[in-house]
Design a protein around this ligand. Structure first.
Ligand SMILES: C[S@@+](CC[C@H](N)C(=O)[O-])C[C@H]1O[C@@H](n2cnc3c(N)ncnc32)[C@H](O)[C@@H]1O
Length: 304
C-alpha cells in the first residue's frame, strides 16, 4: 500500500468512526479520485492534512460529504426508461388500490418529480406515496424545495417529450428570475427522508423501487448487500429499476427476478428470499424494520 492509499484509508476510517458514514465498500478508484479532487480544490498538499478537519470541523466535513458523492441528475434521465415505466409498469401498478414507491439516492430530486408527473398524467390520482431518500441532507433540501436553474429546462423539456410526456412541460413549474419552481401539488404525495443504503434498514412492501446511478459507485460486495435490501423491501410482483450501467445478474438476488426490459434495466420480483433458504446476512431485526417503516408512515401522515 503506498502512502496516499494509507492516508485515504485513515480518512475513511475517521469518517466512519466520527460521523457514521461507511465508504469502505465504495468503488475505490473513483473514491480516491474524488478525495484527491477535494484535496486539490481546498489547496491541501496531502490527503492527511484533511484528517483533523474531518474530525473537528463540521462545516468542512459537510462540504467534503457533498463533494465525495456524485449528485449529477436530470429530469426524465434516460427518457426511454421513463417511457417504459409509463407503458409497461404503470398498467400493472394501477391494478393496486394503493401504490408505494421508493426512490433511493434521489439526489436533488429531479427523478422523483419525473415520477410524480408520470403518475399524475397516467391518472393514478392520490392513491400513492413516493418515498424519496438520499444520505446527503444538502441535496434532499434542494429536492424538497423543487427549485432548479432555468438553464436546465431545455434539456429537461426534451427529455420529458422523449419519455412520452402528454402535456406542455412548462405547465409543471413557474419561472422566478433564473430559477423555476415546481408545482407544490407534485410534492403532495412525496415523503423526503434521509436514508443511508449502507447503514439503514429496509422499507416494507414497496410496489416499485427505483435506484438509478447509485450502485455504480459501490463495489460488488456492497452492490450485492444493497440489492438484498431492495429484495426484502419489495413485494412479490414489484418492480426494481436500476441505471443503464447497473445489473443484478452477478448478485445473490438475481434468481428472484425476471427482466421486464433488459435495455432500461427494469426487473420484476417473482419470489421471496425465504424460498431460497438461508439468506440471513445479518440484516436488521424485524423490530428495527417495523420501526423504520412506522417512522416513514408517520412522516407521511404528519406525525412529525
Ligand atoms: C449520481 S446520483 C443519482 C441520482 C438519480 N438517482 C439519477 O439517476 O439521476 C447518486 C446519488 O446517490 C446518493 N448516495 C450515494 N451513496 C448513498 C448511500 N449510501 N445511501 C443513500 N444515497 C447514497 C448520492 O448522495 C447521490 O445523490
Amino acid at each position: 500500500m503506498d502512502n496516499e492509499d494509507i492516508e485515504i484509508k485513515l480518512i475513511l476510517d475517521a469518517i466512519k468512526l466520527k460521523h457514521g458514514y461507511d465508504f469502505t465498500n465504495y468503488a475505490y478508484a473513483s473514491m480516491k479520485r474524488r478525495i484527491k479532487k477535494i484535496m486539490e480544490d481546498s489547496r491541501f498538499k496531502s490527503v492527511s492534512e484533511m484528517l483533523p478537519l474531518i474530525i473537528h470541523d463540521i462545516d468542512f466535513f459537510n462540504l467534503f460529504l457533498r463533494n465525495i458523492s456524485v449528485n449529477v441528475t436530470e429530469m426524465f434521465r434516460d427518457p426511454q426508461f421513463f417511457l417504459s415505466i409509463r407503458n409497461t409498469v404503470i398498467p400493472y401498478l394501477r391494478t393496486y388500490p394503493f401504490i408505494k414507491i421508493w426512490a433511493a439516492g434521489v439526489s436533488t430530486g429531479e427523478e422523483i418529480y419525473s415520477l410524480a408527473i408520470i403518475l399524475k398524467e397516467e391518472g393514478i390520482g392520490d392513491n400513492f406515496v413516493l418515498y424519496a431518500t438520499d444520505f446527503n441532507d444538502s441535496v434532499l433540501e434542494i429536492a424538497q424545495k423543487g427549485i432548479y436553474p432555468a438553464s436546465e429546462m431545455k434539456l429537461n423539456t426534451a427529455n420529458y417529450q422523449n419519455s412520452g410526456g402528454k402535456e406542455s412541460f412548462a405547465k409543471y413549474f413557474h419561472a422566478d428570475y433564473n430559477s423555476v419552481i415546481f408545482d407544490s401539488s407534485l410534492r403532495k404525495n412525496i415523503v423526503f427522508a434521509n436514508h443511508n443504503l449502507v447503514t439503514d434498514g429496509v422499507f416494507g412492501e414497496m410496489n416499485m423501487i427505483i435506484c438509478r446511478n447509485v450502485l455504480i459507485y459501490f463495489n460488488r460486495t456492497l452492490q450485492d448487500y444493497v440489492l438484498e435490501l431492495f429484495s426484502k423491501s419489495l413485494r412479490i410482483n414489484g418492480f426494481l429499476c436500476l441505471g443503464t450501467k447497473e445489473s443484478i445478474e452477478f448478485s445473490t438476488s438475481s434468481s428472484l427476478y425476471e427482466p421486464i426490459d433488459k435495455i432500461t434495466r427494469i426487473f420484476k420480483k417473482k419470489r421471496d428470499f425465504v424460498s431460497l433458504g438461508n439468506k440471513d446476512s445479518g440484516d436488521k431485526s424485524s423490530e428495527d424494520i417495523d420501526y423504520k417503516d412506522k417512522e416513514l408512515e408517520d412522516i407521511h401522515y404528519g406525525a412529525y
